[in-house]
Design a protein around this ligand. Structure first.
Ligand SMILES: [Zn+2]
Length: 1045
């Protein structure tokens, strides 16, 4: 066998000779993309370069103060996105982004020494569209000369706690694409700028590294952590984001200032009241000497917290620079007069940018400390843990997930259509933009005013509706087999039902024959159950070959039927299993309402229990037992019984005057239970109804007037589904409440639990502990809450309980063996962190009602494998499209239409997911493959994956690998390397060999655990001989690879 490998290696190395040129074509980072532009003297050209080469000189013997002028423009908070942009509704906040950009650009053109950074592409792109050619050319010059630098650059400055990595990657791709298309390489951000988000995630840092950023700066971290870092000069560090991956380290720095404002007394903005610099020595107001002395004292003091003789000083804040000339004029003077006194003070001050500051740090050759955990939860004082926003506005958080779900489907179907209609691009653009907005740190977080929430919802709803035109057009093309002209003449409507969560769907309730098209957005065949609301109790379901398949009818739970705003005829739900739904594809079903009595098969067994007794649901592999009080009490997996109980509890939200830290209220940001209060159990004895059938067993539980739940086991699944309905939360007792679903087991979890980082890596949490400092914990409950984007787990050597969620929420394990998840909250007082409203959401004239799901996995550590696979399926489940078919018989239907389709030519390895599949430019699509397992999760599936990329798509021939956000060729990536204080163990040798194979054989790629790789795929006539040769070779290598690894 060694001989075969040697032959193989010779083949590989021979091939490599032909490809060496392309492999070594690294970009010379920071090189000039500068073009000389003279604009009739209107704009001054300073012949400076963008990037690191254009940075100001520093002085080795002085403290170098990098003055960074900036504005923080929230994409919605106290005002809506458009209210902020246009500057309307000043009663909420004086802020107008259009004036900020207008005025900053003019101020930059007036003085070439000035520099400014801008962050949010959502706003900049809106402003850009309104500019004429001359202004555009001036702005391009400012970018080319490094005078205007983009940092961050995503559509919005996203939250990091509860965002999903798929949406983060999308919103960076979308923002950076705007910059790249309009300003080219000089606009490519090198710095992550997350100055306002409420804590920072490991996954976000990892994404920054993979997108090619050199560093990250932020300001909000636990106040105790910050104090320690200031004392120990560890405000700047190397963040090790993934031990298993290359290029996963990110330089990370914490801003000194409280948040990101100007130093005290030096805010020269029109929104501030600090004194200007007055330099007329004859004036009685003259203040230069005093102002410079104060400034020098301030920066000297700040620099004590940092290791080098450089200090980054931000000047700006929320919506600052509306009158940029005023701010800049004073900064010009501050810089001038400080430097005039530098022989004395040894302080060198200049306009700079975060990337120039980073360059100075890089050149200092300092050895930096390392960090490998994350920055959650964030606490700003002893009683303010920002763990409430993990759950605030739970219906918004779910809607955001639905937006992502449909965006992925719309992108896929738009890419798959034979003929892309003109409107595809516009609709996709709108939904991508809105999803970018939803990631903002005052959108998905629920920390905005109520009217802003409603604006987000309206815009997201309209964008989803717009993209339905794309899915409708594409599905018609795929199903009918030829291209139809215009949406009006389309044969099918492919309607979505966005109210399926409360069992409402117009088409299925009102038609006696209808088609359900089950679309699977993930890159593996799926076996999921379809559940649709119907009016009647007898239906027949046929598959694409006109064969009748098993189905079951089950009544809609009474509390759902009783929702007063639910306008629907449906009383039951029809359930059937959609088997073998093709990867990135669909299969259609034909449903007929019948008048005959239900057959034995779909007739359910109904038990209404008046007398308390023990109830069991499920099958041999998985059972749940309910005790005589109607509560879940036990789980039986493969015949082995274990304790598992579940109930709802609530915390009473602290309602105090906020005047001192100890009087903090629970609010949109903060979770704080009443002092010394114990959680209240909602109910000890609950009413239940049991419904059993061939496909699914359900127990409907009613806990009180405003909490009910369905516990459900599909006969083919590995998990138990808990579908809860909570609200309107009663507040007639004058007490705000935070509702928690709590699970209790006998697992000896020993203070440890695990939570996900943005839906990807699992992180270890230890109760009442932080990895990098000894915490003084003043809030034992909320201080132990962490963001749960998709999953929380506990385990011991025998058992493991993992819970997957359908939306982000706060969660914890406050006692051994337990997991709790906060599903809803309603509070009566603001927490005074800015939003100015208590979190008391109402809808339809009453307190908000929320319905959601928890999926419970229980067993030995082997279930981790199923958790990962199902996590993908539950995040992007089948999407159902509905059509009335009253004029077509099932026979005609099966004969006429293409009722099954897959967008993939071949299936991918089980551990690989096609994360992105979307139209890119001209004849190309953007794709991303990801390895969905961590390195130690499964004996088999945690191994690296290898496959032939040229065999995945029909007709694809050219694959160009890009960095993660697709704004740079992968081979051009060249990041700054920083020295570390200590060196950690690095990757194993196998990886090097695999990467070698991957580089050499173009069509074949290797994915390490948790790795994501991004490609632009073009479709044209390729060299089929080469492809065939590569295919044979790659098949051979895959065989050897699997054999030896
Ligand atoms: Zn903000």
């Amino acid at each position: 066998m060694t001989a075969i490998l040697r032959v193989l290696l010779i083949i590989i190395l021979t091939l490599n000779l032909f490809q060496e040129g392309s492999l070594n074509n690294f970009m010379n980072f920071g090189k000039s993309y500068f073009e000389t532009k003279i604009l009739d003297g209107k704009a001054e050209n300073v012949d400076r370069k963008c990037g690191y080469e254009g940075c100001p000189m520093t002085h080795p013997d002085m403290l170098n103060v990098h003055v960074v002028a900036h504005t923080h423009d929230d994409v919605g908070w106290l005002k809506t996105v458009d209210q902020y942009y246009y500057g309307s509704k000043s009663q909420f906040q004086k802020a107008g982004v259009q004036y900020i950009i207008d005025s900053v650009i003019q101020a930059l053109l007036n003085n070439p020494e000035r520099r400014f950074i801008y962050v949010e592409s959502a706003f900049f792109s809106k402003w850009w569209q309104e500019q004429d050619d001359e202004m555009k050319s001036n702005v391009r010059m400012l970018v080319d000369e490094g005078r205007l630098e983009f940092v961050g650059g995503a559509w919005s400055m996203n939250d990091e706690a509860i965002t999903h990595y798929q949406s983060l990657i999308d919103q960076f791709t979308w923002g950076l694409r705007f910059l790249d298309d309009n300003f080219g390489k000089c606009s490519r951000p090198r710095i992550g700028w997350q100055i306002d988000p409420f804590g920072h995630s490991l996954q976000q840092a990892s994404l920054f590294a993979k997108m090619g950023y050199d560093g990250l700066f932020f300001s909000r971290l636990d106040y105790q952590d910050k104090e320690k870092r200031q004392k120990e000069k560890t405000m700047e560090m190397i963040w090790k984001t993934n031990q298993d991956l290359d290029e996963a380290d990110l330089f990370t720095g914490v801003l000194y200032q409280r948040f990101y404002n100007a130093p005290d007394y030096f805010c020269f903005d029109i929104l501030c009241n600090d004194e200007p610099i007055i330099d007329d020595i004859h004036s009685t107001e003259y203040n230069v000497d005093k102002r410079v002395e104060d400034f020098v004292r301030t920066v000297r003091n700040m620099s004590e917290s940092y290791q080098t003789n450089n200090l980054m000083l931000t000047f700006g804040g929320d919506f600052t620079f509306m009158a940029a000339q005023m701010y800049f004029k004073n900064l010009d003077k501050l810089i001038k007069y400080t430097n005039e006194r530098q022989d004395n003070f040894k302080v060198n001050t200049f306009y700079s940018t975060p990337s120039c500051y980073l360059k100075s740090l890089h050149e200092s050759n300092t050895k930096w400390p390392i960090k490998s955990d994350d920055f959650f939860p964030y606490a700003s004082d002893p009683h303010s843990y920002w763990t409430g926003y993990y759950t605030s506005r739970p219906t918004s958080k779910r809607f955001e997930r639905i937006g992502n779900h449909f965006l992925q489907i719309c992108k896929q179907l738009s890419a798959m259509a034979e003929v892309a209609e003109d409107f595809y691009d516009e609709n996709l653009k709108r939904l991508k933009s809105e999803m970018g907005v939803m990631q903002h740190h005052d959108a998905i977080t629920g920390t905005e005013k109520q009217h802003v929430t409603e604006d987000y919802h309206r815009e997201l709803y309209d964008s989803i509706k717009g993209c339905e035109d794309n899915t409708r057009s594409s599905l018609n093309q795929l199903m009918i087999g030829h291209h139809s002209n215009g949406t009006n003449q389309l044969e099918f409507q492919f309607n979505s039902c966005l109210n399926l969560n409360i069992s409402v769907c117009e088409v299925t309730e009102s038609s006696s024959e209808f088609m359900v098209t089950v679309y699977n957005p993930i890159s593996h065949e799926t076996y999921q159950n379809v559940k649709i609301p119907v009016h009647g109790d007898s239906y027949i379901v046929r598959d694409y070959l006109n064969r009748v398949i098993d189905s079951q009818i089950i009544p809609i739970p009474t509390p759902v039927m009783n929702l007063h705003y639910r306008i629907s005829k449906s009383s039951h739900e029809l359930i059937f299993q959609a088997k073998n739904i093709p990867a990135i594809g669909y299969k259609s079903y034909y449903v007929t309402k019948t008048t005959t009595a239900p057959s034995e098969d779909n007739k359910e067994v109904e038990e209404n229990l008046n007398e308390p007794e023990i109830v069991t649901i499920g099958d041999e592999e998985l059972k749940i037992i309910f005790d005589s009080n109607g509560l879940v009490s036990e789980i039986i997996v493969d015949g082995v019984s274990s304790k598992l109980s579940q109930n709802f509890i609530y915390y009473k939200g602290a309602n105090m005057n906020n005047e001192i830290f100890a009087n903090r209220s629970s609010g949109a940001y903060i979770f704080r239970p009443e002092i010394d209060s114990v959680p209240v159990v909602v109910s000890e004895v609950i009413k239940i109804e049991v419904h059993k059938g061939e496909i699914v067993d359900e127990v409907h539980q009613i806990f009180n007037e405003w909490i009910s739940q369905v516990v459900r086991i599909y006969k083919t699944s590995k998990y138990v589904e808990f579908e809860w309905l909570v609200g309107p939360i009663a507040i007639d007792d004058g007490i705000g409440k935070e509702i928690v679903s709590i699970f209790q087991t006998d697992i000896k979890s020993n203070d440890i639990f695990y939570t996900d980082s943005n839906g990807r890596n699992m992180l270890k949490r230890i109760r009442n502990k932080r990895e990098t400092w000894d915490i003084e914990m003043n809030e034992k409950i909320s201080g132990n809450y962490y963001p749960i984007t998709t999953k929380i787990a506990i385990e011991d050597e025998n058992h493991r309980l993992a819970i997957l969620t359908d939306r982000p929420q706060g969660g914890s394990s406050l006692t051994d063996g337990s997991i709790e998840l906060m599903v809803h909250r309603r509070l009566l007082r603001d927490d005074t962190f800015g939003v100015g409203e208590p979190l008391n959401e109402t809808a339809y004239g009453e307190g908000l009602i929320v319905r959601g799901k928890h999926w419970i996995f229980f067993g030995t550590s082997k279930i981790k494998k199923f958790e990962r696979i199902h996590q993908n399926e539950l995040h992007l489940p089948n999407w159902l499209f509905f059509d009335n078919l009253n004029d077509i018989t099932s026979f005609e239907w099966a004969l006429t239409y293409n009722l099954m389709h897959s967008g993939l030519k071949t299936s991918l390895p089980t551990n690989v997911h096609l994360l992105t599949y979307e139209p890119w430019k001209e004849n190309s699509i953007l794709i991303r493959f990801e390895h969905i397992f961590e390195s130690n999760e499964d004996g088999e599936l945690s191994k690296p994956a290898i496959f032939n990329i040229s065999e995945v798509f029909h007709g694809a021939v050219d694959f160009t690998e890009m960095t993660l956000a697709a704004n740079q060729l992968r081979e051009e990536l060249n990041r700054l390397n920083f020295n570390e204080e200590e060196v950690l163990l690095q990757q194993n040798d196998k990886k090097t060999n695999l990467q070698l194979i991957a580089k050499i054989l173009d069509p074949m790629i290797v994915l390490e655990p948790m790795e994501i790789r991004t490609f632009i795929v073009t479709f044209n006539s390729g060299n089929s001989l080469l492809v065939s040769f590569n295919f044979i070779l790659s098949t051979l290598i895959i065989f050897l690879f699997k054999y030896f690894l």
